[in-house]
Design a protein around this ligand. Structure first.
Ligand SMILES: C[S@@+](CC[C@H](N)C(=O)[O-])C[C@H]1O[C@@H](n2cnc3c(N)ncnc32)[C@H](O)[C@@H]1O
Length: 404
């Protein structure tokens, strides 16, 4: 009985309290209404339905279904860890998709015989950009994959989740979970022994870690404009890489605005990775927090293609002649992908006298066609599109070589 009285008293107190704070509650209710009406995730879906459906045509409904479903991860093995996790993961049914790659040269051969393609408006810009390097009389060299990079995935259609990695006796984690398609830009960058490499937009560090796994980099510059995200990147590196490999003579971590990199260091790097900020399509459809489609970030979203172009231009300037640049995003948007690269090629020539050649990535897509779904007939670059049986991506990538 006493308990009943106590409960009644408590309820009355709560009621009184509500009366004392009507304004706050009204605000909360109003908020709740706005939130359910236009959450950023539904604004993103509306936007993608309008734009991606035009770009992808009949492919869009299946890509859309995959984007709205749980994404698939890959486990990037950490060569620096003492724990031997490969056998354990294989016993769970995973396989290293790099070792499973189709390396038959004969199947890739037809790509060498393609006709030249022109990208961009020749009339207005006087620019002729051939998409495929083989077309310019250049032989397509076979891809050399670093034997040190291993990334395990569950088979097609298997949506088993990985367990979180555990620290070894030195505190280093055995694997890093990432979208397996994110590894492709790192493989396409084709880092060779002793190369000087710049990762211009690096946080939280998945691709940096993959680049370090190759164990061939001479010197690595890692940059991200966001100080808080750079801190996350440092944490990732400390959790996976032994301290001596993070020493100043091997690695530099900075938090500069990448758009000004061309003013800081020109004609310097053998390889530059420019993994730009974008509409992060999958995240934008799944998470209302920190969503680029929220009303307060409309201006930032509209400026993305300009920022991407400036970052790519800075990366091109930072690359040495004959060096290579890899531009990547995790959006399906043509405006943030092919259009940015097209404009950069024109600007590099007209404003800086830099001639660029687009490198053919079809040997790479051919190699990994059993693991990923690639967009067909892209006029510039290659793109992994999400698929319910292989729910990786989206990842767009385009590789450029500096001729001058
Ligand atoms: C797609 S994320 C990079 C992901 C990273 N490469 C990885 O694999 O983990 C894009 C990054 O660009 C950074 N960024 C945004 N504007 C930048 C700028 N002006 N200069 C350099 N980095 C920038 C963001 O902070 C964000 O971390």
């Amino acid at each position: 009985m006493a308990l009943l009285m106590d409960t009644r008293l408590l309820l009355r107190k709560v009621k009184d309290l509500r009366c004392l704070t009507p304004r706050r509650n009204r605000v909360k209710e109003k908020w709740a209404v706005t939130r359910t009406k236009h959450p950023p995730t539904s604004l993103a879906l509306q936007h993608f339905d309008a734009t991606h459906s035009v770009q992808l045509g009949p492919l869009w409904p299946s890509v859309r279904a995959a984007l709205l479903s749980e994404k698939k991860y890959g486990a990037l093995l950490n060569n620096f860890s003492y724990d031997v996790v490969l056998a354990d993961l294989e016993a769970q049914g995973c396989r290293d998709f790099l070792r499973d790659a189709d390396t038959e040269v004969s199947a890739a051969q037809p790509f060498l015989e393609q006709e030249s393609e022109v990208v961009g408006d020749e009339e207005s810009s006087g620019v002729s950009i051939s998409k495929k390097s083989g077309i310019d009389g250049q032989q397509l060299s076979p891809l050399h994959l670093s034997p040190h990079i291993k990334c395990l995935v569950f088979p097609r259609g298997d949506i088993t989740r990985f367990k979180p990695a555990r620290p070894d006796m030195c505190g280093l984690l055995g694997y890093y979970l990432m979208d397996a398609a994110s590894l492709l830009p790192c493989l396409a960058l084709d880092v060779q022994e002793g190369h000087n490499v710049l990762d211009l937009c690096a946080a939280p560090g998945g691709k940096t870690l993959a680049l370090l796994q190759t164990q061939s980099i001479g010197y690595l510059c890692v940059n991200d404009a966001s100080v808080s995200r750079t801190l996350r990147l440092r944490k990732v590196l400390n959790s996976y890489v032994p301290k001596p490999l993070l020493a100043d003579e091997k690695l530099r971590i900075t938090s500069f605005d990448g758009t000004i990199w061309g003013d800081i260091e020109r004609n310097t790097f053998d390889r530059v990775l420019i993994d730009v900020p974008c509409t992060t399509d999958r995240h934008s459809l799944m998470e209302d927090d920190n969503n680029i489609f929220s009303k307060s970030r409309t201006g930032e979203r509209r400026k993305l293609p300009q920022l991407q172009l400036e970052l790519l231009m800075a990366g091109i300037e930072a690359t040495c002649p004959s060096g290579e640049i890899l531009y990547s995003t995790c959006t399906l948007s043509q405006i943030q992908n092919q259009s940015v690269v097209e404009q950069a090629i024109v600007l590099a020539r007209e404003n800086h006298g830099i001639q660029l050649q687009v490198v053919d990535l079809r040997p790479l897509t051919h190699m990994f066609r059993k693991t990923f779904h690639f967009a067909p007939d892209l006029h510039l670059g290659e793109m992994v599109i999400p698929h319910l049986a292989a729910n990786f991506g989206p990842i767009y990538m385009c590789k450029l070589r500096r001729l001058t």
